[in-house]
Design a protein around this ligand. Sequence first.
Ligand code: ATP
Ligand code: MG
Ligand code: FE
Length: 332
Amino acid sequence: ITILGIESSCDETSASICQDGQILSNVIATQKVHEKYGGVVPELASRAHIQNIVPVVDTAIKESGITLNQIDAVAFTQAPGLIGSLLVGTQFAKSTALALNKPLIAVHHMQAHVLANLIGVHKPEFPFLCLTVSGGHTQIVKATSPLQMEVLGETIDDAAGEAFDKTAKILGLPYPGGPLIDKYASEGNPLAFSFAKPQVPGLDFSFSGVKTSVLYFLQKQMSEDPDFVQKNLPDLAASIQHTIIDVLIKKLKKAIQQTGIRHVCIAGGVSANKGLRAALVQLGEQLGVETYRPDFQYCVDNAGMIAMTGYYKYLAGQFTGLEISPSARASW
Ligand code: ATP
Ligand code: MG
Ligand code: FE
């Protein structure tokens, strides 16, 4: 079974070919236009998707070595995301499915982030827990099968990726700041400064207080020494990263203890973070559970995870009609 997967939910245009559960190609075009605005500009994102989608799909097919007529179905991100961005991928997927006379498969982006853990050789067994940490979401998900998932807890305000990006912005770093915090953190002391860790009951999260805590701390320091950030960038990055990871890992630990599930994954853009990856391994050793994380290229937005989810939906016969519309929000 050969699936063409298409991802366009935010600012990555991506296409992938998945054959019998193996990813043959995964092409990602990251849009650079947003950098100077300090965040994703929806209208510019839609236009960039329109420019990127044909060459990206074409390259994914060429790199996979398959021919167009080998494609059995077209899978695409239907929700959630920026509506204009989703529309481009949805229309392109519909047109391709119609032209090839093949079925269409609608994929939920957050379900796909979780299933990125099934790509490759080192895979979790069901049931597993997944901490999904991305630009718009922070969730602890229980997966009982590829297509059966339940959200056990999620953020009540900012997402973990947002906490990285917004604190990075306060430090004067360009967008997206998450990867830069990761980079500077490797040279800093995680215990140099301490920031607020908002407490929320159960398995839910809150991150908006971290950003405020960093802001107030820096306003005070900068009034005494305007070069404070420049002089302490690695220590600040390491301390911010440590604060966010600590909140995430504590809740994940609680979820493992509450459910007794022995296979634990992370997913989403923030799962590329070196500190979080190391903390997960440490947690696994501490609790005696198996841990997993996607390869870097399958952490951030990518079509490999969409094609993979499409493959499982194909096996389950879950197809959609050409009348389907994308949606910015979607429940599970
Ligand atoms: P969602 O999946 O919730 O709709 P999204 O698709 O925008 O949101 P992703 O592309 O999965 O999110 O992840 C992007 C986020 O990951 C950004 O906030 C980015 O800063 C963060 N990120 C990427 N790499 C790292 C890293 N190494 N360390 C910390 N954060 C990172
Ligand atoms: Mg992105
Ligand atoms: Fe995403």
